[in-house]
Design a protein around this ligand. Structure first.
Ligand code: ATP
Ligand code: MG
Length: 352
């Protein structure tokens, strides 16, 4: 197949991890007979510097026409003045919104050789394979906000349609995986959560009768995620609960440098990026861990291009590189480790 991939390196280590990842995609294309074109555009701080805005019109236009978007990271100390009128992160929020990306997927699958990096006991982590699906466009983050001298309010709002679409995405994902969905809410207290639970129950009964559904209150979910993480397959939840639970879930895997994400909407196009930030402390040194970005490229192959076998090959190659202890400095013993390009080469060599 042919695919047009828009590449948004962004700031800090973004350009380093993205340029380590493109040869992996090129190797996949060669091996499986596909043709991928890569078009680079600016987003974030670099876009502010070059164009005066974090999401230039040319970037958005290219993104709208693309089959998929691979992103590095945005932001850094240069643009972090709290009084600044424009900030790099606005570019990311704006592009997600413009493309209608409402579901953020974060797979959490601790790798055997990195288990020691997690603060959770290894015996609880073996076999953990979870995808958290966080709703991205609604809830308390986007409701009306008010502030007076004596009080403040944040309105939490969800429409039936917003809950339906994200539950549908999660249901479809659960069906492709182990057929189990956990929907997380706070239905004992919040009206939006009672709506969430009603809609999730109906959508799953009508459209995914083959997927088992469990409802969990967010407080007990926070506990169970650490005490019995193996019990979960796909977890779907609203925006703020998802924000908190995905950070918690990331600790199961240990290193930030191993966690990928996908932001998806109703169509095929999505934005794929590592969950970590621009790591200004190590930027420019060529030592950043590229695995999270390479694993994000695997999600791109699976979710936007429908290339499941290719996605699995990339994931297996990263696993094999980790098995062979090809570690960047964040995972390696002090004074050891390969550089960014070396880790990417190790993946390409193991692509089969
Ligand atoms: P943001 O606000 O953009 O999410 P953050 O404050 O969460 O950023 P990160 O940029 O994710 O911070 O970095 C947190 C720490 O993890 C830093 O010490 C950074 O060097 C390290 N880190 C992040 N990503 C990587 C990576 N790919 N390889 C190695 N170290 C990393
Ligand atoms: Mg962060």
């Amino acid at each position: 197949m042919h695919a047009d991939i828009v590449v948004l390196p962004g700031d800090g280590i973004g350009p380093e991890i993205v340029s380590a990842t493109l040869p992996v995609l090129a190797a996949v294309a060669k091996r499986y007979g596909h043709s991928f074109s890569f078009a680079e555009h600016d987003i974030g701080g670099i876009a502010i510097d070059r164009h005066g805005e974090p999401l230039p019109a040319a970037t958005l236009e290219a993104a709208r026409k693309a089959d998929a978007i691979l992103l590095g990271a945005v932001g850094g100390p240069k643009w972090s003045d709290p009084n600044a009128k424009v900030r790099p992160e606005q570019g990311l929020l704006a592009i997600r919104k413009a493309l209608g990306l409402f579901a953020n997927l974060r797979p959490v699958r601790p790798h055997a050789s990195a288990l020691g990096a997690s603060p959770i006991k290894s015996h609880l982590l073996e076999g953990v394979d979870i995808v958290v699906v966080r709703e991205l466009t609604g809830g308390i983050y986007f409701g009306d906000k008010n502030r007076s001298d004596t009080e403040a309010t944040d309105l939490c709002r969800y429409s039936v349609a917003e809950v339906e679409r994200v539950v549908r995405s999660a249901g479809a994902l659960a069906r492709q995986r182990r057929g189990h969905l956990t929907s997380v809410d706070k239905a004992n207290v919040l009206e939006t959560s009672r709506l969430w639970r009603d809609v999730a129950t109906r959508v799953m009964r009508e459209e995914f009768p083959d997927v088992t559904v469990e409802h969990q209150l967010v407080d007990s979910m926070a506990m169970h995620l650490l005490s019995r993480p193996r019990a979960y397959d796909v977890i779907v939840t609203e925006n703020m609960f998802g924000d908190i639970l995905t950070d918690e879930a990331s600790m199961l895997a240990g290193s930030l440098g191993l966690l990928a994400s996908a932001s998806l909407g109703a169509g095929k196009v999505g934005i794929y990026e590592p969950i970590h930030g621009s790591a200004p402390d190590i930027a420019g040194k060529g030592i950043a861990n590229p695995y999270a970005t390479i694993l994000s490229a695997a999600l791109l192959l699976r979710h936007s291009l429908g290339l499941v076998e290719e996605a699995e090959a990339v994931e297996a190659a990263v696993s094999a590189a980790l098995d062979a202890k090809v570690f960047t400095t964040d995972l390696a013993a002090p004074g050891q480790g390969v550089d960014t390009a070396g880790a990417a080469r190790a993946v390409i060599e193991r692509l089969g």
